[in-house]
Design a protein around this ligand. Structure first.
Ligand SMILES: C[S@@+](CC[C@H](N)C(=O)[O-])C[C@H]1O[C@@H](n2cnc3c(N)ncnc32)[C@H](O)[C@@H]1O
Length: 219
C-alpha cells in the first residue's frame, strides 16, 4: 500500500469507527453520511410496520435523526416520537433535524443508553432500532429494558444492513474488528428475544442483499 492509500485508509477508519458512538467533527460527518446511506434500508424496514397516528414511538440509537423525522411525519398531534442515543453528537444532530417537531411538542430527544432508559414501564406502542444492536453492551439485559418500556402487545423492530450468514462472515471481519460489533445469528436473535419477553418473532430477510428486519411483539 502506498503512503496516500495508507493515509486514506487511516482517515476512513477514523471516520467509520464513529459508527459505534459518534464523537466530534468526524462523528457529525459520519451521521450526515449515515442519514443518506441507510435510507433505503430504513424505508424497506418501515414497509413492515403499521404506524397508527396516535402511536407513542421510541427510536433507540437515533443517530442523525432521519427515522425520528420519518415517524414524526406519520403520527398526529395525539402521537409522540422519542429518540434516544448515548452519543451527545447524535442527540445534537437529531435535535437539529427535528427542531420544528420538538418545538411543536411532537418529538423529544434524550441522551442515554439503551441499558437504562428514563421511561416509565409500558410507555411505547412501537420501538425501533436501526443499525444499532451490533453495539449494545449486554444484549439480553438490554432487550429486557426495551421490553419494560414497550406496551404489552406493542411491536419491537430492528433494521440491520448486516445479517449473519453461515460461511459468509469473512466479509465483515475488518468491520467487526474495527467497531467491536456483533452480528447475531438467527438462533441467538430468536432465543434472546424470547428470554427477554417477546413473542411472534419474525426475521424478514431481503432477497436482494444482506438486510434484515427483525420484528417481535411483547407478550
Ligand atoms: C451506526 S449508528 C446508526 C444511527 C441511525 N440509527 C441510522 O440508522 O443511521 C449507531 C447509533 O447507535 C448508537 N448507540 C450504540 N450503542 C448504544 C447504546 N448502548 N445506547 C444508546 N445508543 C447507542 C450510537 O451512538 C449511534 O448513534
Amino acid at each position: 500500500m502506498d503512503k496516500d492509500n495508507m493515509e486514506k485508509t487511516t482517515r476512513d477508519s477514523d471516520l467509520i469507527i464513529n459508527a459505534r458512538k459518534p464523537e466530534g467533527e468526524l462523528g457529525d460527518q459520519l451521521l450526515e453520511r449515515m442519514n443518506r446511506s441507510h435510507e433505503q434500508m430504513a424505508q424497506w424496514v418501515c414497509s413492515h410496520l403499521d404506524v397508527e397516528p396516535d402511536f407513542s414511538i421510541l427510536d433507540i440509537g437515533c443517530g442523525g435523526g432521519v427515522n425520528v423525522a420519518r415517524f414524526a411525519d406519520m403520527v398526529s398531534d395525539e402521537g409522540k416520537v422519542v429518540g434516544i442515543d448515548y452519543s451527545d453528537v447524535s442527540v445534537e444532530k437529531t435535535s437539529k433535524l427535528n427542531a420544528n417537531a420538538i418545538e411543536e411538542g411532537k418529538v423529544e430527544v434524550i441522551e442515554g443508553s439503551v441499558s437504562d432508559m428514563p421511561f416509565d414501564d409500558e410507555a411505547f406502542d412501537l420501538i425501533t432500532g436501526f443499525e444499532t444492536i451490533y453495539f449494545w453492551p449486554d444484549f439480553i439485559n438490554d432487550l429486557k429494558e426495551v421490553c419494560r418500556v414497550l406496551k404489552t402487545g406493542g411491536v419491537l423492530c430492528f433494521g440491520n444492513e448486516a445479517r449473519h450468514e453461515e460461511g459468509e462472515m469473512d466479509k465483515y471481519d475488518e468491520l467487526v474488528d474495527l467497531l467491536d460489533m456483533k452480528i447475531y445469528s438467527d438462533e441467538v436473535l430468536e432465543k434472546s428475544l424470547e428470554i427477554a419477553g417477546f413473542d411472534d418473532i419474525e426475521l424478514n430477510k431481503n432477497p436482494d442483499n444482506s438486510w434484515i428486519c427483525i420484528k417481535a411483539v411483547k407478550k
